[in-house]
Design a protein around this ligand. Structure first.
Ligand code: C2O
Ligand code: CU
Ligand code: CU
Length: 563
């Protein structure tokens, strides 16, 4: 028996003698921080279950990627290399950024391509996430595990006495369920609801948390299932933040619902728990009315699941020793938010959920989603009210890109304190009309739209999506106008390729580089070209550079030879 086998035997023995042997240690995703983020998304595999490995898609790993830590005020540069066999996109859910960097269904990244978006972080401290958004394929790629969380930090949050030691008293929890077939493959076609709960990609997870206040950053990363969260002993916890930032003050609750795409930050007090005791974070999903996703009674069929209409365990928490610097009291107040009100809106848009009868997919306003059709044109600088009316066949999770909004009315009654903060997604129940107000402050771009959609992956993939551009009426490109002319040098080139514009004030809106057979290698939204672009890894050959000019949006192509 070699050393490795002895260790394996020892681990197995300890595992068997552990009273909680049915649990797996919760995976805490690694963090990436700084201003340059290297992400590779690829087809890979993971040993989820005994027997066959499971084919997955991972970002820098096997299922569910690293947590990206951004600081407000920084400009972050992402190097997203796709090694998937299919095209993909990568969307920064909830973030305020130019549409061309947003990673929606228009920013398609072909296999083998490097996409380099960058933007200045101006969101408030909170929890976001990133995930593929390829039209018709979001459910497939997200089911396989491509995605991860984002934590934004800012000075206001940093000054508050809140838990913020990542992985110790401040934990990301990505909630999602999966169905595995007889060969251990992830089955995302026979049902939109999984049979087995996963947290951060861990089956039956357990975590030891210190005897003090702990902060859980909870994301519903499901395809469709909603969660009604609570603790097994019905203890009170406090919601401190919504999708887009901290609330004005903690909100005490024993249950909180969270729909697909939404995030909720909660504080839980473990200070009175005995060391070694257990409490479970639970889904109280039994007994909800029709329209609550996952309330369906069936265990089979397209909306069947072993977890449907049941209360089930999400995470087993074991109480451990108090840490130094522990947070032991609840802050009375958090931040001072200034929210827009209904009276601030100078324009109202009405959206209607339509279709969705048996055999038809849900849509908005009886209109098929079409990548080439802009459904709404928003004028930059406008504060708008969007009113979304359900057609009462099912519930939905309404999400909009670009902005954080404030819910100003729910036809079913008052707006609960737990969702009184900045939101980018919300639960649109059966029977409801919900209005929110948002200001579309900047990032005008007549070419690239932002999306709004139901975040239930099957609804989104099925076409329950629309798009809007933010436009600046003083900067309308003349359709058909010529792009900026330029020369590439040196040509042939070996390491860096430089651009010389005939008009020195010209700027690039988008540059793509493809090889002689048309395969895209580089996608550069609004590149800074002054230092040239790195072509040192390109194989020798002929390449085509396509440049869309910022001012006119005209396209010019040039060829170069890599030696
Ligand atoms: Cu979470 Cu349109 O995205
Ligand atoms: Cu989004
Ligand atoms: Cu929906």
């Amino acid at each position: 028996m070699n050393i490795k086998n002895i260790c394996v035997t020892l681990v197995a023995f300890i595992g068997l003698t552990n009273a909680n042997a049915q649990y797996n240690p919760l995976k805490i995703p690694d963090t990436l921080s700084g201003t340059v983020f290297n992400l590779t998304v690829r087809d890979t595999f993971k040993q989820f279950l005994p027997g066959n490995q499971t084919i997955t898609a991972g970002v820098n790993g096997d299922f569910w990627g690293p947590t990206l830590i951004f600081n407000q005020g920084d400009t972050v540069h992402i190097n997203l290399q796709s090694e998937l066999n299919d095209s993909t996109t990568m969307h920064w859910h909830g973030m305020h950024l130019p549409a061309v960097m947003d990673g929606g269904p228009h920013q398609v990244i072909p296999p083998g391509t490097l996409w380099q978006p960058y933007w200045k972080i101006d969101n408030k401290a909170t929890t976001f996430w990133y995930h593929p958004h390829l039209h018709h394929h979001t459910e497939e790629q997200l089911s396989l595990g491509a995605g991860g969380m984002i934590i934004v930090r800012d000075a206001e949050e940093a000054a508050l006495p809140l838990p913020r030691t990542y992985g110790v008293d401040d934990l990301p929890l990505a909630l999602t369920s999966r169905k595995f077939d007889a060969f251990n493959a992830i089955d995302y076609t026979s049902s939109h609801y999984g049979d087995t709960m996963l947290v951060n990609g861990t089956l039956n997870p357990q975590v030891t948390l210190p005897k003090q206040f702990v902060r859980l950053r909870i994301l519903n990363a499901e395809m469709e299932r909603g969660y009604n969260l609570g603790f097994s002993d019905n203890r009170t916890f406090w919601v401190i933040g919504n999708d887009g930032g901290l609330l004005n003050a903690p909100v005490a609750l024993t249950r909180v619902p969270i729909m697909v795409g939404e995030r909720v930050e909660i504080l839980v007090d473990l200070g009175a728990d005995a060391i070694g005791s257990n409490v479970n974070l639970m889904a109280y999903n039994a007994g909800h009315p029709l329209g609550f996703p996952g309330a369906e009674p069936g265990t089979t069929g397209p909306f069947g699941s072993l977890l449907n209409n049941r209360n089930f365990n999400i995470l087993n928490i074991v109480v451990g020793a108090t840490t130094t610097g522990a947070i032991t009291s609840l802050p009375a107040t958090l931040v001072t938010n200034i929210y827009p009100t209904a009276a601030d809106a100078t324009l109202t848009r009405n959206l209607l959920v339509t279709d969705g009868t048996p055999g038809t997919a849900f849509r908005f306003d009886n209109t098929d989603f079409d990548l080439d059709n802009i459904n709404h044109h928003v004028v930059k600088g406008t504060t708008e009210m969007w009113t979304v009316k359900n057609n009462n066949i099912f519930g939905h999770s309404f999400h909009i890109h670009d902005v954080q909004f404030k819910i100003v009315s729910r036809s079913s009654g008052a707006i609960a304190a737990y969702e009184s903060g900045w939101k980018d997604s919300y639960y649109l129940k059966i029977g409801e009309t919900v209005s929110f107000v948002a200001k579309f402050e900047d990032y005008a771009d007549p070419l690239h739209p932002f999306m709004y959609h139901c975040h239930f992956a099957p609804h989104e993939d099925g076409g329950m999506m629309g798009q809007f551009t933010v436009e600046d009426p003083s900067q309308v490109p003349t359709i058909g106008s010529k792009g900026a002319t330029f020369t590439l040098y040196p040509n042939p080139a070996s390491t860096r390729l430089f651009f010389s514009f005939d008009d020195p004030s010209a700027k690039a809106y988008y540059v793509t580089v493809s090889n002689a057979i048309g395969r895209t290698l580089l996608m550069l939204p609004r590149p800074e070209l002054k230092n040239g672009i790195d072509i040192s890894n390109f194989p020798p050959g002929m390449y085509v550079v396509q440049l869309i000019d910022e001012k006119t949006k005209g396209t010019v192509t040039r060829k170069f030879v890599k030696e």
